[in-house]
Design a binder for this molecule. Structure first.
Ligand code: A3P
Length: 369
């Protein structure tokens, strides 16, 4: 300003205009260079714009606060996503199945030094691959259901790649569902839910593999840190849904609504909980939160496996489950859950019919409508 004071007013004006414009010109040139093939220094987050049925427009980009629900399958991941889907501001929807697959592929490219070198030699930097993977995930998450102000994805194994996902979506938040591994494996085996590498005739093998897989996910969750990854136990969610949902909504920065306590009322309703006919939890999640599934595993796991439980599945203890108690004391349900459970048990015929009706009507495509 001291220098400017000495010159005439016209030159002063030109200088001021130049000062104001220079940063914008600089940013414009940088962004342009970011669009050139081969240049990858600039983070250009493309927007995806979609309209809801009421004509309201929603815009998403990589800085949108996406929610990722993860954990081992059979840990209540569908239940928590259904409870969130009942919230007006959130849409999760069905499992996409392709999101964890693209993440696994990207991790493979990165893990193999040979492959990684080949990609770099071909000009495929980590950033180009990251941009492509992020675009793929965003397209899938945004477009497989109706828009909502907070979009959420529930594909359990995405949490194995939580740290990488956070690089792609820096405002993302993660929910890590944890359940007693004995109940998880009992559920896999009795319901014949296939997971790659799991031998469904062998409790010991499945429990060991569950433990290893949970170790990986716990490490990711801890690396993400408590602001980005919230651990939720299935047992706590079904015994105390109100306090658990309060914690979850608070963590997500969303207001409380009673709707999350009655997800069953919004199954396949406009703006509600869209279910797939072919997902293995759809017939259970149709019901209100209940404790029927808590201890079904007790008395079913072979005695020799029960005896060695602490060494077979060391992550049980890590997550606070006593490997030596059969059954463990998970606690008493809140009165509203106890009422739900009695209702579900007393009217089992009605629920069989409701499940049939709901799943017959459910469609395999769009969700929030
Ligand atoms: P079981 O197979 O032991 O019955 P996921 O969706 O992660 O695969 O988890 C499935 C488990 O969540 C199932 O356990 C199922 O019973 C339980 N679940 C689903 N809906 C529920 C509800 N409304 N109340 C309590 N548990 C529920």
């Amino acid at each position: 300003m001291l220098m400017i004071r000495g010159v005439g007013s016209a030159r002063k004006a030109v200088l001021v205009v130049l000062c104001v414009l220079t940063p914008f010109v600089f940013i414009f040139l940088l962004v342009r260079s970011g669009n050139d093939p081969g240049s990858c220094q600039i983070f250009t987050s493309r927007e995806t714009v979609v309209s809801g049925k009421d004509g309201k427009t929603f815009t998403y980009d990589r800085t949108s606060p996406f929610i990722f629900i993860g954990g081992f399958p059979r840990s209540g991941t569908t239940l928590v996503r259904a409870m969130l889907d009942a919230h007006n501001d959130i849409r999760c929807g069905e499992e996409t199945r392709v999101v964890p697959r693209i993440l696994q592929l990207a991790a493979q490219w990165n893990r193999s030094a040979k492959e990684s070198n080949r990609l770099h030699e071909a000009g495929l930097t980590d950033q180009i691959i990251g941009d492509a993977v992020a675009s793929f995930i965003m397209e899938v998450v945004v477009k497989h259901g109706e828009p909502a102000s907070r979009l959420c994805n529930k594909d359990p194994f995405t949490l194995k790649y939580g740290v990488y996902l956070l690089k792609l979506f820096p405002q993302a938040k993660f929910i890590f569902m944890i359940r007693d591994g004995r109940a998880v494996v009992h559920s896999l085996i009795t319901r014949k839910v296939t997971v790659t590498g799991f031998d469904l005739t062998d409790y010991r093998q499945c429990l060991t593999k569950w433990s290893n897989s949970m170790k990986t996910m716990l490490r990711e969750c801890e690396d993400l840190g408590p602001d980005r990854c919230l651990k939720v136990k299935y047992e706590d969610l079904v015994l105390h849904p109100r306090s658990q949902m309060e914690t979850i909504l608070n963590y997500l920065g969303l207001p409380w609504t009673e709707d999350v306590m009655h997800h069953e009322r919004y199954i396949n309703k406009p703006g509600g909980v869209s279910l797939s006919k072919v997902e293995r939890s759809s017939d259970q999640v149709v019901k209100p939160v209940n404790v029927e599934a808590l201890s079904k595993w007790v008395g079913v796991i072979p005695a020799d496996v029960i005896q060695d439980m602490d060494t077979v599945a060391p992550m049980l203890r890590e997550f606070g489950y006593d490997p030596n108690s059969n059954p463990p004391n998970y606690g008493a349900p809140d009165p509203e859950v106890a009422t739900n459970t009695v209702e579900v048990q007393k009217n089992s015929d009605k629920w069989v019919k409701t499940v049939e009706d709901v799943l017959h009507k459910s469609k395999g495509g769009n969700t929030k409508n």
